[in-house]
Design a protein around this ligand. Structure first.
Ligand code: SF4
Length: 337
């Protein structure tokens, strides 16, 4: 029997470690005054590839669907439709028990380190848990947890402490150690520094950068801070209202953005040079992002776009090549094309 949301693409045999095609996630509307409200399409046709050892930044305003996308990629959330392939294997609908051998290669780092760590468990238990699930003995898992604490810059003497005994930065290091426990090949890091003090954000970004290089990890780095993404990522994908509107090599996207939304986001990133900062033009977007429960017709960005024309209100632009080979943008009138 063919499933209605069966994958609509051939599993790629090229170098991509992760391939995603037409991924969607629709949440049912909440009941208001006894009536159901419109369903919310949080992710609307996302396609992307991530190579082994590559870092891809997924950026956009709060509520654009980037975290929902990340959770679907590691199968913490079931997609409504679309397909996910990891290392050439279709994992879109693999039941959780059968997914276990693949799960060890797919891990996640969460935004809020405290709420993602069980307060009643010791650090040893938290880090060991994914290993115990995979069948590792208790002593071997504890030894590995001590080794991982050292790797992320904490002392193995901390094994028997609880999460509340650590600062936010230290707790995030424990979250990173847990994600590394099973030797993953891909980590989805969902806003891993945004809940931390500015003073420790750079330390955690440095740590992730070092680990990514040393361990050859593929990293999907979800963030709204474009300066952090610029530092750590090879490629960048920009999301707006559930869709990717621009994707390309970091240098192309940051130096010559093609989509008006990318231009607006970049114009708000502070420049280190105060003279350049004073001179540069800031693009102020009108209004808030529209609700995904009632997306605008045509190009979803048109109500806020300074370049919008009549066609933008009626025809949705597809993600197509603009300029350098690796860059794509979804705009009828892209810059730098
Ligand atoms: Fe703006 Fe039109 Fe491009 Fe959408 S398609 S980003 S509204 S110019």
């Amino acid at each position: 029997m063919t499933r209605p949301n069966a994958p609509a693409f051939a599993i790629p045999t090229d170098s991509a470690l992760l391939s995603v095609r037409d991924l969607t996630k629709t949440f049912p509307g909440r009941r208001r005054l006894g009536r159901p409200s419109a369903p919310v399409r949080a992710v609307d046709g996302v396609s992307l590839d991530l190579g082994a050892g590559e870092t891809l930044g997924l950026v956009g305003e709060s509520g654009c669907g980037k975290s929902t996308t990340g959770r679907m990629l590691v199968r913490l959330l079931e997609p409504t439709s679309g397909a996910i392939a990891f290392d050439g294997q279709d994992i879109t609908h693999v039941p959780q028990r059968r997914l276990r051998p693949t799960r060890r290669h797919l891990q996640m780092i969460f935004q809020d380190p405290y709420s993602s760590l069980n307060p009643r468990q010791t650090v040893a238990r938290i880090i060991s848990e994914p290993l115990l699930v995979q069948g590792t003995s208790a002593q071997a898992a504890r030894d590995k947890a001590a080794e991982l604490l050292d790797l992320v810059g904490l002392s193995p003497e901390h094994l028997d402490r609880h999460p509340h005994q650590f600062s936010g930065g230290q707790a995030q290091r424990i979250g990173i150690a847990r994600a590394l426990a099973t030797g993953p090949r891909l980590i989805v890091a969902d806003e891993p520094v945004s809940a931390l003090d500015v003073s420790v954000q750079a330390q955690i970004v440095n740590l992730l950068e070092r680990l990514q290089h040393e361990l050859g990890l593929a990293l999907l780095f979800i963030a709204h801070d474009l300066s952090v993404v610029k530092r750590i990522c090879d490629r960048v994908a920009v999301m707006y209202l559930g869709r990717i509107v621009e994707v390309g090599d970091k240098r192309d996207v940051y130096d010559t953005p093609a989509h008006p939304y990318t231009r607006a986001l970049l114009s708000a990133v502070p420049l280190p040079d105060p003279v350049a900062e004073r001179r540069r033009e800031r693009i102020v977007l009108l209004g808030d992002p529209p609700s995904p429960a009632a997306p605008p017709s045509g190009c979803a960005f048109h109500p806020r776009c300074p370049k919008a024309q009549e066609i933008c209100r009626t025809r949705r632009p597809a993600l197509t090549a603009v300029g350098p080979a690796s860059r794509q943008a979804a705009c009828h009138f892209p810059e730098n094309g």
